[in-house]
Design a protein around this ligand. Sequence first.
Ligand code: FES
Length: 358
Amino acid sequence: MLTAAKNELLTRVGPGTAMGELLRRYWMPVGGAYEFDTTSIKPIRLMGEDLVLYKDLGGKYGLVDRHCPHRRADLSYGWVESNGIRCSYHGWLIDETGRCIEQPYEDTANAKPAKDNCGIKAYPVREIAGLLFAYMGPQPVPEFPVWEPFTWDNGFRERVREGQPEDSRYWTVGRLALWPNAFYLGSHFEWRVPIDDENTLSIAWFFMRVPKGREPYVQERIPTWISPIKDTDGRWISSHVINQDIAAWVGQGRIADRTKENLRSSDVGISMMRQRFFAEMEAVAMGRDPMGVIRDPAVAKNVQLPNMMREINTEGLPLEEMTKHPLLGPRLEAFRFHKGQPPDVRRDFENAMGIGRN
Ligand code: FES
């Protein structure tokens, strides 16, 4: 159980809030690069901020304020050019640093167009392994942590289980809470990124190495897809693993009232996690880097994680052994984590694994 004040501290994520300031010290996944095969501009709300995520014609990603610095038009209705995003109203051009670099009327009619002091907020974006990450915190920007699984090859990427003994590697090695808002389970990551105080963006990234004998495998595209979360009756879908998790989370209410909880011994991890959040919020308030921020480029370029499946993911197994494996076998049969895997993604997966029906 928490006091109402502490519940507020955990919940509020906008700029200037304690939790918002803590979360802004980390690179956060915000979308999939594949989404920009079919669009170039996407309105997005993150930690209470309305923004526009775009990819310009020069291939650069930008994450900038949703509103134009001129007269506040919605930049998601603009268009991209070789070096930025142009507002659809009077044509001001903004680059990925938030600088206004063109003002068509002023540039023509005014000998000294005033471009100073009209920038907008902008956040750096990095693409890796099919995901886009953004950093929304203060300078200096911390190193971008390249988690080791992002460096693996010969695999299909896209985006638990009971009945294992306690000395199994599934329990002793493989379940990693990845501070502050993710976890890692040997061949997939899951992140929960606040959209605002009441909504959450859930992003998962999956890797499956191709069977021995099918290397080298080069994945031409890393698909991104959006899972449905409600059925036609408006009920939460509960047929798949992460959908079941979602039903449990949202059932707590738009903002969970933790003053009414009754935590027991099974919840010791919850208490530890909250205490750590409070301690790290305090560290940020004192001007220190919170836990897990990486400043050393040599460390950031390949961050190793405890991994119950490293050998399988880096060396592979013959298909016959994969089909008998307690995790890989079911995964070969169907994607059970999220409902709605698109048929073309399933087809590409089967072809990669050599189990394609076509
Ligand atoms: S409102 Fe965007 S250019 Fe005028």
